[in-house]
Design a protein around this ligand. Structure first.
Ligand SMILES: [Zn+2]
Length: 357
């Protein structure tokens, strides 16, 4: 292995072809169609091999965020507001475009205000001067940042549900921005890549306040899908990836739920194998994070309102929930540093793969 990251040369072509197919067959074609038809990348990437051994990808870095987010985050409360501000402040520092989607909704606890947070990085630097919003192929990474309200549990913090996924996203966004703005790598981020816009969406009100139902759950995602639909913005959403219930030692690897996007799981498996072959991951071979097998059934989560609008979705969630799910045992004790660090690296490599030459 030479000093350069050959990952893309080895795995990239297969993935890019498959991804292009997803983009071209997604139901709503956009004026950007031409972009998806540019020639396939064939050159080796010039990222130094150690980009995935950077301090910013460490567990310590994850914990900085987790220590703030890993507390009660029930919508309408003070600590929820604090965490919301922390997330906004983080992306402000990174200079991503920020918009919020604020609304109120009736719940069994009365009228509650919810706030979805949307952060966007346009790879062609279009975002400031393009009104109303750059209409480009967007890949969405979604998560929910509220924690579930329990009348009978005092300190439910939802470590995997979804404090850890939020912390992972903040960490990845920071490192990706660092690479994107680094003059050494600038030329590698391509205007010709299939995805030209990355968007992180932090949904509010994913959890139900009482028993889960169509009306008591997914407050934030239902509202935003409807709003984006009315604004004609859903057609630019080419992939919607949702991470939930992650951070603990998985009982079994993450499987895929949708045939249309199974290529992402194949890619995750390839990236994970690549990391393992080069001793760059932490988890042993017997306990991989990803599987290219299909999960049974489907899990209701924030992707549903987007799936119903024909957006190709990738749902990263264990098909069997751990026993501590929705109990106060879902706290820092269950977080597995190796699983966290490996996922961070895998997602960073995926980001690079979809947005570089
Ligand atoms: Zn939950």
């Amino acid at each position: 292995m030479n000093k350069r990251l050959r990952l893309y040369a080895i795995l990239g072509i297969f993935f890019i072809i498959a991804l292009t197919r997803i983009l071209l067959t997604s139901k709503n074609e956009t004026p950007q169609k031409k972009q998806t038809q540019k020639k396939q990348p064939t050159q080796k990437q010039q990222f130094p091999f150690n980009i995935i051994q950077h301090e910013k990808l460490s567990y310590n870095e994850f914990m900085k965020h987790f220590n703030v987010i890993g507390q009660k985050r029930v919508p309408g409360t003070k600590s929820h507001k604090q965490i919301e501000n922390y997330i906004i402040g983080h992306f402000e520092k990174l200079q991503w475009h920020f918009e919020e989607d604020v609304f109120t909704s009736k719940t069994i606890l009365g009228e509650i205000e919810f706030r979805n947070l949307i952060f966007t990085l346009n790879l062609n630097h279009k975002i400031e001067n393009d009104a109303p919003f750059p209409q480009e192929n967007t890949m969405v990474f979604a998560v929910h940042y509220d924690s579930k309200y329990f009348a009978d549990i005092d300190n439910f913090i939802g470590a995997i549900d979804s404090a850890a996924p939020c912390a992972i996203y903040l960490q990845i966004a920071e490192y990706y921005t660092f690479l994107f703005r680094n003059s050494q790598f600038k030329h590698l981020f391509s205007k010709q890549s299939y995805i030209t816009q990355i968007q992180f969406i932090f949904f509010d009100g994913e959890e139900s306040f009482g028993k889960w139902s169509a009306s008591d759950s997914l407050y934030g995602s239902r509202h935003l899908a409807e709003k984006f639909k009315q604004q004609n913005r859903l057609s630019y959403m080419k992939i919607f990836m949702l991470l939930d219930l992650f951070g603990h030692k998985l009982d079994s690897p993450l499987k895929y739920y949708f045939d249309s996007t199974s290529v992402f799981h194949q890619q995750f498996v390839l990236i994970e194998n690549f990391l393992r072959e080069h001793n760059l991951n932490a988890l042993p071979k017997e306990r991989p994070l990803f599987s290219d097998k299909k999960a049974d059934g489907m899990i209701e989560d924030d992707h549903i309102p987007f799936l119903q609008n024909q957006i190709p979705c990738v749902h990263l969630i264990p098909d069997k929930f751990p026993e501590f799910w929705h109990t106060e045992k879902d706290n820092l004790d269950v977080i597995d540093p190796n699983s966290v660090v490996d996922l961070v690296k895998i997602l960073v490599l995926l980001f690079l793969q979809i947005t570089t030459k």
